[in-house]
Ligand binder design. Structure first.
Ligand SMILES: *[C@@H]1O[C@H](CO)[C@@H](O)[C@H](O)[C@H]1NC(C)=O
Ligand SMILES: *[C@@H]1O[C@H](CO)[C@@H](O)[C@H](O)[C@H]1NC(C)=O
Ligand SMILES: *[C@@H]1O[C@H](CO)[C@@H](O)[C@H](O)[C@H]1NC(C)=O
Length: 366
């Protein structure tokens, strides 16, 4: 029968072949012209996090406070049980189910996504606290009007937030004698993904340019066209004697995973950010080199070159590791806010106090 198709249906068939070919061509075109961003491998499919969102009878009986994620920051979703598996945090019922709103103890509101007309409904239940969540520095935070006096708690990198977010060194009760410096193939490395001027990167770029006049720097990352796959991030940093932990903008306590990466893998961070004293609130003073320790980039370059030839002096930058440990931070895009959200969960599990956060901008931008 198929050999005797009418001319009408064969026309039809030709038309659909053309349509399919077009579709394939356009898809291929789209694929090849998509921006070359390094995509994280897909996360394991969320294990039905909505159903499992702690609304099973047994978990409700545990009487944990409910923490409602009003939106997923940047739409990076993860399984709420990750807080338990990754950080051993299990103090709240973390959910994105807005139908639980009237019973919700705390609502987490991501500053970048807040719109006045999409705020949770008012009046809020009298026991409910709203958390202002912002992990960017003031340079990269928009002052949206109308939010100044809505919140009960602040969450940010600042130590004087109600909920400060930071991966911290931990103490070793038994000194770790087994640390060995990984094999080093390069002197200085730098991974830079963002280089947009408006984000405040002028200072670090100027310093990098000056430093690179005197010593070679291996540069990786989107900003310089040689992107680094996620799986290569830690091995690359580990293969360098020094790593430029240059913050994009300079603010008190704004000391990010750029410092943690090299500490976690056994590389010496060269930091540019707030003053040395501020760093020493978080890590031992002999675990890093601060650009301000030197009058200029040239003398820093000379010092690093000298350390390259002096193994004993270099090794002293690792003495702290006997007594303290650094953990690698999560690097997949979808995990970017996991620590912040889990830290909020931990907080609401421990705190029931009344609290108001007035004038958040006056506090944050000061
Ligand atoms: C929850 O408890 C109610 C009443 O105690 C019961 O009717 C219901 O089947 C339970 N649901 C589940 C999922 O266990
Ligand atoms: C929450 O309570 C308010 C009034 O008390 C009611 O109007 C609203 O429908 C309730 N919302 C949900 C999601 O149950
Ligand atoms: C939360 O803050 C708001 C606004 O500042 C205040 O009206 C409310 O009573 C506070 N609630 C709690 C539970 O702290």
């Amino acid at each position: 029968m198929s050999s005797t198709s009418s001319s009408g249906s064969s026309l039809c068939r030709q038309a659909s072949i053309v349509a399919i070919a077009c579709f394939i061509f356009l898809s291929a075109l789209f694929f090849y012209t998509s921006p070359m961003i390094s995509r994280p491998p897909p996360l394991p499919a969320p294990k039905h996090y909505l159903e499992r969102t702690y609304m099973t009878n047994s978990s409700l009986k545990e009487d944990k406070p409910i923490l409602l994620l009003w939106v997923w920051p940047e739409n990076y979703r993860f399984d709420p049980s990750d807080c338990k598996t990754i950080y051993n945090i299990d103090g709240c019922h973390l959910t994105d189910d807005r139908s639980l709103y009237n019973n919700t103890d705390a609502v987490l509101l991501f500053h970048k996504a807040i719109r006045l007309n999409t705020l949770p409904p008012s009046p809020r239940p009298p026991f409910q606290k709203w958390i202002w969540m912002n992990v960017e520095s003031p340079t990269n935070t928009g002052k949206k009007p109308g939010l100044e006096n809505l919140f009960n708690l602040t969450l940010s990198y600042r130590e004087d937030s109600d909920i400060p977010v930071r991966l911290r060194l931990t103490t070793n009760k038994i000194p770790d004698e087994n640390f060995e410096i990984t094999k080093k193939e390069k002197l200085i490395c730098w991974v830079v993904s963002n280089n947009a001027r408006r984000t405040g990167v002028g200072t670090r770029n100027t310093y990098y340019k000056e430093l690179s006049k005197y010593v070679h720097i291996h540069v990786y990352g989107k900003a310089y066209g040689t992107f680094l796959d996620y799986k290569d991030y830690y091995p690359t940093i580990a293969s360098c004697k020094f790593y430029l932990s240059f913050e994009n903008s300079i603010h008190k306590d704004y000391i990010t995973e750029k410092l943690n990466g090299p500490l976690a893998v056994g590389t010496v961070p060269v930091v540019l950010g707030p003053p040395r004293k501020n760093y020493e609130k978080f890590v031992p003073g002999d675990s890093f080199i601060h650009v301000n320790d030197f009058p200029n980039a040239k003398s820093l370059a000379e010092y690093l070159i000298r350390l390259d030839l002096d193994d004993d002096a270099y090794r002293r930058y690792f003495n702290w590791r006997r007594h303290f440990s650094a953990r690698p931070h999560l690097i997949l895009k979808n995990q970017e806010f996991l620590l912040a959200i889990c830290t909020a969960c931990d907080y609401v599990g421990r705190h029931k106090e009344y609290k108001e956060a007035h004038d958040i901008y006056k506090w944050f931008f000061n």
